[in-house]
Design a protein around this ligand. Structure first.
Ligand code: SF4
Ligand code: SF4
Length: 393
């Protein structure tokens, strides 16, 4: 197998195909702030009613929200695969003889309960005094949980694509969206087995597999996916993950801001606050999560970092766990710049290509260079003298 560089792991790994010479100018990417998610599942239903409401698609939730640490759809999808991987081994390196990827096909009963573990908490309710949480001093509540929205990551090393013997899965050159050609598919379910996030699913009515499409018709029109525009909690931001600090004006328009996209800032700047889910699988997922700041960092370290003893790339701390603590602190007490970027979440249904944060203003421009956001970062708080509560006796 060829060797390709994986920046999320800070090392080379094997992958069945060579990488293209240069990264695309535009690549689908998303950031989710888990601290804002309320598990309403509006995103899940928006996706389902748009894409998977047909026959044979009843169990297909391309977008689902799990309660960590006990939720999972299919059941136990992550633990099962992690247990099978050796230390510092990606799913490509762990593949058995004759296979390209290590994976497994979840059984029917594992798909039966999409909301299993919803709102279950970790830990016991204390019988004595309640421990006050003080993350600054490393003290966390004894009981905790958090919500994890899950979707296809439109990976840069897609396992679904690597495993398909029919070459029915391809990555679009214009935006990196990973699509499945149902005309070419013969229903061998290799992608279903290979995707470590379990997002390709088999349709027993048609006899072929299906996979999430990244809401590509909306992206082509310059809009964000349905799960983003419908999100009640304004948890999500979507855009061009490849637009770095040296990029030009969108569509050459001088009136728009030059430079990086807000999703690129959150995932790749020095103030990195958004992390990939289980990067140790080796698929280079392009959905990034701002970690919950009330959850013990040990748990988050195994979920959002390569989780090796030795920290090997551009993470902010000397170990991965220390890096997670630093990132939790950044999310809890955001800098002025980060606060500005956080205002862009849910601010518009247009896809924000570039942005600026200046003094108390954040502005955003779409792919055509049109201004789509212009708002204050913090508004003055005015406390007015009023009558007493009107519903008081
Ligand atoms: S998350 Fe799974 S289905 Fe989506 S691109 Fe990655 S490997 Fe393929
Ligand atoms: S719509 Fe937003 S807040 Fe509601 S579950 Fe989905 S990600 Fe969470």
């Amino acid at each position: 197998m060829p060797e390709v560089y994986n920046p999320q792991l800070g090392r080379k790994q094997s992958y069945p195909y060579e990488h293209r010479q240069e990264e695309r100018d535009w690549h689908w990417g998303m950031v989710i702030n888990t601290n804002r998610c309320i598990n309403c599942n509006t995103c899940s239903f928006a996706c389902k009613s748009t894409w998977t409401s047909g026959k044979g698609e009843e169990y297909m939730w391309w977008m689902n929200v799990e309660t960590e640490p006990y939720g999972g759809y299919p059941m136990g999808w992550d633990m099962r695969l992690l247990d099978d991987l050796g230390p510092e081994e990606t799913i490509f390196e762990a593949a058995e003889q004759g296979e390209k990827v290590k994976g497994y096909v979840a059984q029917k009963e594992e798909w039966e309960y999409p909301a299993l573990g919803d709102d279950s908490v970790h830990g016991e309710y204390p019988e004595d005094e309640v421990v006050e949480s003080d993350p600054e001093k490393g003290k966390y509540h004894d009981i905790w949980q958090f919500y994890l929205p899950r979707l296809c990551n439109h990976c840069k090393n897609p396992a679904c694509l690597a495993a398909c013997p029919r070459k029915a899965i391809y990555k679009r050159s214009e935006d990196g969206i990973v699509l499945l050609d149902q005309e070419r598919c013969r229903g061998y379910r290799k992608c279903v087995k290979a995707c470590p996030y379990h997002k390709p699913m088999y349709n027993p009515e048609t006899g072929v597999s299906e996979k999430p499409v990244g809401c590509f018709p909306r992206i082509e029109e310059g809009n964000v996916p349905r799960c983003v525009s419908s999100c009640i909690g304004k948890t999500r931001l979507h855009g061009n993950i490849n637009r770095g600090p040296n990029s030009g004006h969108p569509n050459g328009k001088k009136s728009a801001a030059k430079g990086r996209s807000p999703v690129n800032y959150l995932a790749q700047s020095d103030e990195k606050v958004a992390l990939p889910l289980y990067p140790q699988f080796g698929t280079r997922p392009q959905v990034f999560y701002m970690p919950p700041y009330h959850v013990p960092p040990e748990f988050l370290t195994q979920m959002f970092t390569p989780n090796t003893d030795q920290k090997r790339n551009d993470w902010p701390g000397s170990t991965y766990e220390e890096s997670v603590k630093i990132i939790q602190k950044r999310v809890r007490n955001p800098s002025h710049h980060l606060l500005g970027v956080l205002q862009l979440f849910g601010a518009t249904t247009r896809l924000i290509e570039t942005y600026t944060v200046k003094e108390n203003k954040v502005k955003g421009w779409d792919r055509k260079g049109n201004k789509v956001v212009d708002m204050p970062i913090e508004e003055d708080l005015e406390v007015r003298e009023g009558e007493k509560w009107t519903n008081q006796p």
